[in-house]
Design a protein around this ligand. Sequence first.
Ligand SMILES: CCCCCCCC/C=C\CCCCCCCC(=O)N[C@@H](CO)[C@H](O)/C=C/CCCCCCCCCCCCC
Ligand SMILES: O=c1ccn([C@@H]2O[C@H](COP(=O)(O)OP(=O)(O)O[C@H]3OC[C@@H](O)[C@H](O)[C@H]3O)[C@@H](O)[C@H]2O)c(=O)[nH]1
Length: 406
Amino acid sequence: MLDLLTLRLKYPMIYTVYGFAIFFFVFWCGIWIVHLIALFYGKYRLHRKVKPLSTDEPYPGVSILKPLMGTDPHLVSNLETFFTMTYPMYEILFCVEDEKDPAVDVVNALIAKYPKTPSRVFLGGSTVGVNPKINNINKAYEASSYDLILISDSGIRMKEDTLLDMVTHLTETTGIVHQMPFTSDRNGFAAILEKVYFGTAQSRMYLGADFLGVNCHTGMSTLMRKPVLEERGGLKMFGCYLAEDFFIAKAFLDKGWKTAISSQPALQNSGICDVNSFQARLTRWAKLRVAMLPIVIFFEPLSECMVIGACAAWAASLLFRWEPLVFYLIHVLVWFLCDWMLLSIVQNGSLPFKRFDFIIGWLFRECSGPYLFLLALCHPEIKWRNRVFKLTWGGIAQEVKPRIKC
Ligand SMILES: CCCCCCCC/C=C\CCCCCCCC(=O)N[C@@H](CO)[C@H](O)/C=C/CCCCCCCCCCCCC
Ligand SMILES: O=c1ccn([C@@H]2O[C@H](COP(=O)(O)OP(=O)(O)O[C@H]3OC[C@@H](O)[C@H](O)[C@H]3O)[C@@H](O)[C@H]2O)c(=O)[nH]1
């Protein structure tokens, strides 16, 4: 009788343990496929020579929306790159919420310096939702002259041909072309950390997602078709989300449009570059992802090198009797080498730091990543610039001291 009871308890336990081991091992194999996709697809897709559009058609005009809030030591030179692009037909619409913001003087000086580039300033914003970026740019969006809208955050730097590169990727079936987040070359440990993160962990998932058509649209530099947005009621309809980028792309995908990354990654070049604000930003983004897609609570930590390595080492020791420590160390080493290759592909040129800096930056990122994610889960309130928000499941945002109902 006792034996029968022991057997009844023992077998489900064994099945469960082996079930977990098989799941971890299969997931680990899946992650290596994502590594391979990112390496091959990144090599094939990024940094292609920009081809001019066919001479039969005129270049489509682009309205560039620049939400600004405050200044930093790089703001002038970053904004200046928007005036020196070679694209033939575009306008720049600067948006500043607070009329006393020092960014207003910066913008006015640049407009005076480049009188031939059509540009305007929109002050005061308009309260169409809770998302302060949407509130800031909606007036300019409504006043924009062209059917293509480029939303470009304040810290973004453009090359002369970046806009052309984005427009050439906008095929007949593509509704949105976005730049994969990356960074320009800056000095200091925080800059290394940012480059390592965006060029490895994030690029891997971003390239994997773009290859498989999964929505990973990040709105720091994104070109979209205004008529499609208009069909959905305009930009203001997305003001109730903090992750407006994700929901805009979802609206396009639901309507049958494709989204695509451009060949040049986004050069983030904010003059504020420190470890704390970088980590706060990653934590904020993680909170957005968790609220929009709760399944990432489980999968995102598992996609981290150190976590999946440990799970797979345990699984391999159980399933195949492989030595777990050796397995784990080889796993970390190969992951590290793949990340180095991926970063070199995304950078497409010499890196502004030594290999030793990469090792330190990479170890710091890989060890802090799971901790930051845990922090995001424990403190779901979101602080963005001078406001605090909370998100309900599904991604609808509420300001903690609400100014408008959404
Ligand atoms: C075996 C495959 C396992 C897949 C595990 C997926 C775990 C997700 C891990 C990392 C997420 C990186 C996502 C890309 C960048 C997102 C940056 C971001 O958070 N941006 C927000 C702010 O601008 C924005 O609102 C969010 C945009 C989209 C978020 C989408 C998250 C899901 C991405 C899933 C990627 C799956 C890749 C699949 C490859 C097989
Ligand atoms: O209160 C604000 C906050 C931000 N912004 C503007 O919004 C842009 C992005 O702001 P930050 O650089 O602080 O934030 P992030 O880089 O994290 O933004 C990113 O994540 C959240 C998404 O909604 C954004 O689309 C994406 O760009 C900047 O151009 C900034 O000037 C405002 O206009 N008002």
